[in-house]
Design a protein around this ligand. Structure first.
Ligand code: HEM
Length: 502
């Protein structure tokens, strides 16, 4: 110790180095605190360079942010490294920002990992005119292909049969619900995008689904959060390499699928969204300079629709089945209502209005499952004074959807599975303002009506046919409702039995 002390006191280089480091820390910390002194949202004091990193649970940042909102209120600031983030918490703040100030809060923050794999193209991680055009095109084309209407209803009902066959093969024995649910939801988007579904045993399809899910899981890992904060320092980390390789392989497959469609394209007869895009691309190439209808936008629109639409819907359905196995008395009530109202015939979307309890269970599943806990990060498109605080243009914004879906001033029992949240005293279904699992405003989920239709038809058809129970030897109480770590919240790995009711 004394030797060390001697060395420290006698080495001029060390002293100079220490003085320099202290000065640097001082300057950076001054710059943080001087920014705070103007009228900006409050927040925990950041450390130089690290920001509030040490205070955050990087695997479940939404939890720490909810806790911080109790101390700092509904609009507060945290620093992820040196990146400043404004967090919006609770129904009122989130709704006011995303709906009443939709323009100002409507840009997407594109973190380094999503920039690496999308390069500003497509819908999810794009901004400006290109985003606007691609979003408009995807929405109107998906509507033309029946999103929210009978055409898609039939596709979902057809897919239900394949899904049930796959579950039937397990003959009531325990199985992991992940693959069947992901294949079924992915096939709905496939039929809208490509014009046809895939066979569940098609190796290319299996890989496309696996890679999309793996990337969503890896994108939420702690090491990717660190990469997003310090992209130049930790480019080499394993999870980034895995994500990039998965994305490259998927792009290769998608290009191949586009090529097959191109070779069989008939003018004026679109089988799916890809055909419509190619048609438009051909027209615009001749008439519009710098058209947005180019191949990169097509590729990333496709990968975005799959990434955003497969895992979210499949995970919600898996949560639904898990909750039914955990709370058999609620499953009893759903099945009773289905038997009385629908009987043995195929469920249809029109039945929803006569199935208030089942509808409430699906909504409550979405609320509690909280699939996208912090929405997808936004960015302010211009300076704004919001709830008395000044927020600069280009500031990253987290609309903390968890704090809306679990808002104590909006929900009677926010942390328990309680379908009564969506029922009035007479047992009729009621909408709730704070039900925002699809977010709101300019960036709200583009597939909301499709997802709602899928959730209703898949869930009811499965419950009509099967009784879902824990694996033998596992008590209902032991079914774990802790979610896996990832960009979206999926159930932890588990197995259920689907026992035929026929
Ligand atoms: C239960 C199912 C789903 C949930 C809970 C969900 C939720 C969300 C959320 C929270 C966002 C981010 C909104 C924001 O940034 O404020 C989002 C965006 C998006 N979702 Fe969904 N989603 C679901 C299903 C789907 C489906 C089936 C599709 C497509 C067919 C889809 C396509 C998209 C797209 C393209 C975006 C990006 C919108 C943009 O940036 O303009 N989603 N979704």
């Amino acid at each position: 110790m004394s030797l060390l002390f001697d060395y420290v006191t006698t080495s001029p280089t060390t002293i100079l180095g220490a003085v320099f480091l202290l000065l640097l820390l001082y300057v950076v910390s001054r710059s943080f605190s001087s920014e705070r002194s103007s009228n900006e949202p409050p927040g925990p004091r950041p450390l130089p360079l690290l920001g509030n990193l040490l205070q955050l649970d990087l695997k479940r940042p939404y939890k720490t942010l909810c806790e911080l909102s109790e101390k700092y209120g509904s609009v507060f600031t945290v620093y992820l490294g040196t990146d400043k983030v404004v967090v919006l918490a609770g129904y009122k703040a989130v709704k006011e920002a995303l709906v009443s100030c939709a323009e100002e809060f409507g840009d997407r923050h594109i973190s380094p990992i999503f920039h690496d794999i999308n390069q500003g193209h497509g819908i999810l991680f794009a901004n400006g005119e290109s985003w606007k055009e691609m979003r408009r095109f995807a929405l109107s084309t998906m509507r033309d292909f029946g999103m929210g209407k009978r055409l898609v209803e039939n596709k979902i009902l057809e897919e239900c049969q394949f899904l049930m066959q796959m579950m039937e093969q397990h003959k009531g024995k325990p199985f992991d619900t992940a693959c069947p649910m992901n294949y079924a939801t992915s096939n709905i988007i496939s039929s809208i995008v490509y014009g046809s579904r895939f066979e569940y045993d098609d190796p290319r399809f299996q890989k496309l689904v696996r890679r999309a899910n793996e990337n969503i899981r890896l994108a939420g890992s702690a090491s990717i959060q660190v990469y997003n904060m310090f992209p130049r320092l930790v480019r080499w980390i394993k999870n980034r390499q895995l994500i990039v390789t998965n994305a490259e392989n998927t792009i290769r497959d998608v290009k191949d699928l586009i090529l097959q469609l191109k070779e069989t394209l008939t003018p004026h007869s679109c089988r799916g969204l890809v055909d419509c895009f190619l048609d438009r691309k051909q027209k615009e190439e001749q008439t519009v300079k710098d058209t947005y209808y180019h191949e990169r936008n097509l590729i990333f629109m496709i990968t975005n629709l799959f990434a955003a639409g497969t895992d979210t819907t499949a995970s919600t359905l898996r949560w639904g089945l898990l909750l039914m196995a955990k709370y058999p008395h609620i499953q009893d009530q759903v099945q009773e209502e289905l038997s009385t109202v629908v009987g043995n015939r195929q469920v249809q979307i029109d039945d929803r209005k006569n199935l208030p309890y089942t509808d409430a269970v699906i909504h409550e599943t979405q609320r509690l499952a909280n699939i996208v806990p912090m929405a997808i990060p936004h960015k302010t498109s211009r300076n704004i004074t919001f709830q008395g605080y000044f927020i600069k243009q280009g500031t990253v914004v987290f609309p903390l959807l968890t704090s809306v879906l679990y808002d104590e001033s909006e929900w009677e029992s926010p942390h328990t599975f309680n379908p009564s949240h969506f029922l009035d005293k007479e047992g009729k279904f009621i909408r709730r303002d704070a039900f925002l699992p699809f977010s709101a405003g300019r960036r709200a989920c583009l597939g909301e009506s499709l997802a709602k239709m899928e959730l209703f038809l898949f869930f009811t058809t499965l419950l009509q046919r099967f009784r879902f129970t824990p694996a033998p030897g596992v008590a209902e109480d032991d079914l774990d409702l802790t979610s896996s770590v990832g960009f979206t919240l999926t159930p932890s790995p588990h197995e259920l039995c689907a026992v035929s009711r026929l």
